[in-house]
Write a protein that binds this ligand. Sequence first.
Ligand SMILES: O=C(O)CCC(=O)C(=O)O
Ligand SMILES: [Fe+2]
Length: 221
Amino acid sequence: MIKAPPTVYYIPDFITEVEEQYLLQEVYKAPKPKWTQLSGRRLQNWGGLPRPKGMLAEKLPDWLLKYTNRISDLGAFNGKAANHVLVNEYKPGEGIMPHEDGPLYHPTVTTISLGSHTLLDFYRPIGQCGTEGPQDEESRCLLSLLLRPRSLLILREEMYERLLHGIRNDWEDTLTERVANLSSASAQPGGVLTRGTRVSLTIRHVPKVICANLLLGRKKC
Ligand SMILES: O=C(O)CCC(=O)C(=O)O
Ligand SMILES: [Fe+2]
C-alpha cells in the first residue's frame, strides 16, 4: 500500500451539490472567447496571466471569490489570498500531460472538482530514477489520487515541487492499490469508474503581481 505524503490534503464534499451546480452554471455562462481550446482540454484563465515579471492582476469575479476566500481562510497559502484561478474542462477521454506547475506560483495548488471524478497521477521527474531500463510513464508513476466531484485537493511542498502530475486520456479508471486516498474517497480497490465531463477549478496564489494603475512604474501592488 502506497501512502500519500503528508503534503496532500483531500477534503471530500468541500462544497454541496447546489454549490457545484451554481459553479458549473457560472463557468458555462462565460462568453466563448473566454475559453482557450488546447489539445485534449479547454480552459478559462481568471485573475490575470502569470508571467516572470509579474501578473497584471485582474479582480476575480464574485462567484469565484466566494470559494477562493474560503480556501485562503484555511491557511492554504500561508496567510496570503488566492488571486488566480484556472478552469479546466475535460471531456471523457481527455487529460493533461505530466507537468510541473512551475515557479510563478506559491508552491501550493488547490483544486475543486466539479461534474465528474478523475484520477490525478503523480510521477517522479525523469533523471531522478535509476539508470536501468527505459523510464516509461508507468514505471515513473508513484501514486494516484481519486478526485471526486465536490472535493477539494490541496497539494503543497514536495508534492508540488518534486513531482509531476497529470491525468491520463482515459474513459474509465480502474481503482488499484496505487490510489492513495481510496478510503477517504469512499472507494474500494478493484472498482471501475466511468468518467463524465469534469470541470476543475485550480486555485493558486501568484506572489509577483503588477497593479494596472502602477504599470508604468512597474511597482508591485
Ligand atoms: O484538472 C486538474 O485537476 C489538474 C489541472 C492542472 O494540473 C493544472 O491546471 O496545472
Ligand atoms: Fe498542474
